[in-house]
Design a protein around this ligand. Structure first.
Ligand SMILES: [Fe+2]
Length: 318
């Protein structure tokens, strides 16, 4: 065997690192006899895309180090009450993409959006028509609608968990001791026709946490941190896929550039203002003189209709 032939044989074994074959060389080290198959699949894809990213960007050593320092700062910002990596995933649109992949539904079913970090389990169960506003701030809002199946039939006894910021743009858990406990949170059950209604206040936009490295990144990219005004809703009923979603307020100035990409056209509510004191009183807003109303139906898909997610490699050029 000549020296030339020997070198070719070694190269074929992917032993030596080269710019051209970098990802293949790294992935050839995975021992399929040891690695969990799904972990191996994820690691191969991560290596392939990461190397492609570096080859496209061609970072200098200083730029690469700046990237390492940024990710280090993101990690250092994390604590029991602050998850900067999730925030980074959010502002890069990855959280919404993961949610979209895992929430494919038949046409007509209400679309998902992200849960967000401010959900509190087991909010108080309230009678229909009750208010979730316990601090008395904000412009009165009546929220009503039906929970329906794909054929338009009302679903009786469906559960709605709802929460939003107060009129100052903060969730109760961000202002413990300042806001009443469970302010702007409640759980309701639909009636025999699948109908619900409750009182709240007009939602306000609010910033995602922007005093850390992700906020610095947004500022450096000329992006603002303000989430489009919304009401969070989780709707569930036995036999149906749970929907985690928002109802967006259409007049919010940040509707079209929500920093976490949570807005979907189908989730923008039709908010109407009624300057009618009698009607406001009938709606439960004594002395308000006016109120807002949004009617929003929530359509649930049966659990059996959930399509499967594609394999990780789907769509990748062979
Ligand atoms: Fe929110």
């Amino acid at each position: 065997m000549s020296p030339r032939t020997e070198r070719s044989a070694v190269a074929a074994d992917l032993a030596w690192f080269s710019e051209e074959r970098s990802a293949e060389v790294v992935n050839a080290r995975i021992d399929a006899a040891i690695a969990d198959p799904r972990l191996a699949e994820v690691a191969r894809a991560l290596t392939r895309h990461l190397h492609a990213f570096v080859k496209e960007v061609e970072p200098t050593h200083d730029e690469w180090l700046a990237g390492i320092r940024f990710l280090t700062d993101v990690g250092r910002m994390c604590s029991d009450w602050r998850q900067e990596f999730i925030l980074l995933s959010d502002v890069l649109g990855v959280s919404m993409l993961v949610d979209a992949i895992n929430s494919r539904r038949p046409s007509g079913a209400t679309e998902n959006t992200i849960l967000g970090p401010f959900y509190v389990e087991n909010p108080p169960l309230l009678p229909l028509g009750e208010t979730i506003c316990r601090d008395g701030k904000g412009e009165p809002l009546l929220v009503r609608g039906h929970v329906r199946d794909l054929d338009g039939r009302g679903i009786a006894g469906a559960t709605l968990d709802v929460w939003q910021t107060n009129d100052d743009g903060f969730y109760d858990v961000q202002q413990q001791g300042l806001q009443p406990e469970m302010n702007m949170r409640g759980r309701f059950a639909t009636d025999e026709e699948g109908a619900f209604h409750f009182r709240s206040v007009l939602p306000r936009y609010y910033p995602v946490p922007h005093d850390g490295p992700v906020g610095q990144l947004l500022a450096a990219l000329g992006r603002h941190p303000n989430r489009a005004a919304h009401i969070h809703v989780i709707v569930s009923s036995p036999g149906f896929e749970t929907v985690v979603t928002h109802i967006f307020e259409p007049n919010c100035p940040y509707l079209r550039d929500d920093p976490v990409f949570g807005v979907k056209d189908s989730l923008i509510g039709a908010f109407r203002r009624f300057d009618d004191a009698d009607r406001a009183r009938e709606a439960g807003f004594e002395g308000a003189g006016f109120f807002w109303e949004v009617e929003f139906d929530l359509v649930l898909a049966p659990i059996a209709s959930k399509p499967g997610a594609p394999p990780l490699d789907a769509g990748r050029p062979a």
